[in-house]
Design a protein around this ligand. Sequence first.
Ligand code: ZN
Length: 113
Amino acid sequence: MTAGVYDSANVVREPIELLRDMLEEQFVTHTNRLTELTVYGRLPGHGGYDPDALRVLAAAAREGIADTAQALRRMSEGSYGVCEGCHNDIPLDRLRALPHVPYCVSCQRRQPR
Ligand SMILES: [Zn+2]
């Protein structure tokens, strides 16, 4: 066995693997949330939710699912972490905070929304 960083007990995993775990976790969270909201929407009295609030929350969950699914697709295509606006690398700190983002901060600001 050779001595090196990878032999240490505290192996540093590839950041991309950690980000993939985060994205997969977010995907599951959003999916479960949407399922839950869909069930509430069918209940008499909407499970205590206001129907409009329920629609807004379901739309947000759907958007979360789409965002994370797209990020996972970029990961499998190898384009993950590259800004779709300026094609520069998105800083790792930004990806750690928001693993699904397709833009760097300055391009994000330029997006219509
Ligand atoms: Zn950019």
